[in-house]
Design a binder for this molecule. Structure first.
Ligand SMILES: O=c1ccn([C@@H]2O[C@H](COP(=O)(O)OP(=O)(O)O)[C@@H](O)[C@H]2O)c(=O)[nH]1
Ligand SMILES: [Ca+2]
Length: 438
């Protein structure tokens, strides 16, 4: 087997089977909502390893500046012959914690974390291709929640790091991504990797992404009714294989798992958090601790005297979720791909295997929440937030989006060894918009 590692550190290199390459011919979409065009064409998945860089190999570097961490994805593509379309060959992935927003008051330090990741790309991409390899960073909810001034100074510092690198720095290479893009691009990635964007019988799958600060839901409505009863800004038109699709997508800012913890504790958007103790029935009774998120320190603890456990916790969480999200009827009976914190918490509680993922029903999260919340002393060694997180996931799915107890969720971290992240969709768009088709 070929060794794909080109620099020290924890890297994952992924390869896709060739059958996907054959299945995927061209993809384009038009975002009518913003009157913008994006063409995703000519990308075929992989069957080679980046270490075999030949003349026909090219790269794309995409940074995901998330609220809890910053990640680099270095994608490798191969153009086998001028008349053939390029294939996606593999992915090198690395991440650091915390995310950029934790450096709100030290933008230079934040940019240093990006530089360290970018150094990996210097090792991974052959020097003669540096100038042709675009590098882009898109920030998500963590930066959306910062003040404009703080967010902009972070982005400026990162831009300087890019300018000093040997890579191609496109215009607008460092930005905060619109939440709708986040959902759409993740949907593109998942449906591309599962081979649903090609051929006659396309059965696309909906996607659920639960980040630290925001959460996205995206699917292709099948019923005219759904289109009629959905607010206009939840719908986005795009073209693919000469067909026009209307996608339902929405990003809920402040509904990511960690932002939800603050909301449940009553600490979200509170001005002076210093010295305040935020308590919840979702936490172990005797707990008193500190938690850092988005560069702010919070003190939190359990209900020393009052109630603790699943029931009181569910009522507390309900206040944060109920009536706050749009509930499309159509999704009640459909199944969805779910990743990020849905995946992590399912792994933490042995609902699924870390490597394989698995299929769960919504009620599996509820059962596990009851088990953990009513036996908090037994789960002492894991995160003190485990009960709160599971109850939030249950309430978000049931009371927020309106899923049924038996709605199926396909918990997935990687498809054919490629991360189910919006970054692949974003890279397709980037390469196409730059006309990088060798
Ligand atoms: O390439 C990635 C990037 C993020 N995550 C997951 O996304 C969640 C964190 O979300 P993030 O920091 O991106 O927050 P956001 O900015 O999206 O709200 C955690 O479950 C991570 O494991 C992941 O699985 N793969
Ligand atoms: Ca994310």
């Amino acid at each position: 087997m070929l060794n794909c590692l080109r620099s020290p550190g924890k890297m994952a290199v992924s390869r896709l089977p060739f059958f996907l390459a054959l299945a995927f011919s061209s993809l384009s979409f038009v975002l009518s909502h913003w009157n913008r065009e994006m063409w995703f064409q000519d990308f075929f998945p992989p069957n080679m390893c980046p270490i075999n860089a030949k003349d026909n190999t090219f790269y794309g570097i995409m940074f995901d500046a998330g609220s809890t961490g910053t990640r680099i994805h270095i994608y490798t593509f191969v153009q086998k012959s001028p008349e053939n379309l390029p294939e996606l060959e593999g992915e090198i992935f690395e991440s650091v914690k915390p995310g950029l927003s934790a450096y709100a008051d030290q933008p230079e330090k934040g940019a240093e974390t990006v530089k360290r990741l970018l150094d990996m790309a210097i090792d991974a991409v052959p020097p003669h291709l540096w100038k042709k390899t675009p590098v882009v960073l898109k920030a998500t909810a963590g930066l959306r929640l910062l003040s404009e001034e703080k967010a902009q100074s972070l982005l400026l510092e990162v831009r300087e790091v890019f300018e000093e690198s040997p890579f191609l720095v496109p215009e607008d290479s460092v930005s905060i991504m619109d939440g709708s893009y986040e959902g759409i691009l993740a949907w593109i990635t998942v449906n591309f990797l599962t081979g649903q964007l090609s051929g006659q019988n396309q059965h696309t799958v909906g996607t659920l992404d639960l980040g630290g600060a925001s959460t996205q839901i995206t699917f292709l409505p099948r019923f005219e009714e759904t289109l009629k009863e959905t607010p206009g800004d939840f719908l986005t038109s795009f073209e693919m294989f000469n067909s026009t699709y209307k996608l339902y997508t929405h990003s809920y800012l402040g509904f990511g798992l960690k932002a939800a913890r603050l909301a449940i504790l009553g600490a979200l958007n509170v001005e002076a958090v210093d010295g305040q103790m935020f308590r919840s029935s979702c936490l172990p009774k005797q707990l008193e601790a500190e938690w850092h998120f988005g560069g702010v320190k919070y003190q939190y603890g359990g209900n020393k005297e009052g109630e603790t456990g699943f029931k009181p916790c569910y009522l507390e969480v309900l206040k944060v979720v109920k009536g706050k999200l749009h509930q499309p009827d159509e999704i009640r009976g459909s199944s969805f791909y779910a990743f990020s914190y849905y995946y992590d918490r399912a792994v933490d509680t042995n609902l699924i295997d870390y490597e394989k993922g698995g299929v769960l029903e919504v009620r599996d999260f509820e059962r596990k929440a009851e088990e953990v919340c009513d036996n908090m002393e037994k789960y002492n060694s894991s995160s003190p937030f485990l009960c709160m997180d599971l109850v939030y996931i249950t309430a978000l799915l049931k009371e927020g989006f309106g899923f049924r107890d038996n709605t199926l969720l396909q918990l997935t971290k990687k498809v054919n060894n490629v991360e189910t992240s919006w970054t692949l969709g974003a890279t397709f768009h980037l390469l196409q918009s730059l006309g990088i088709t060798y």
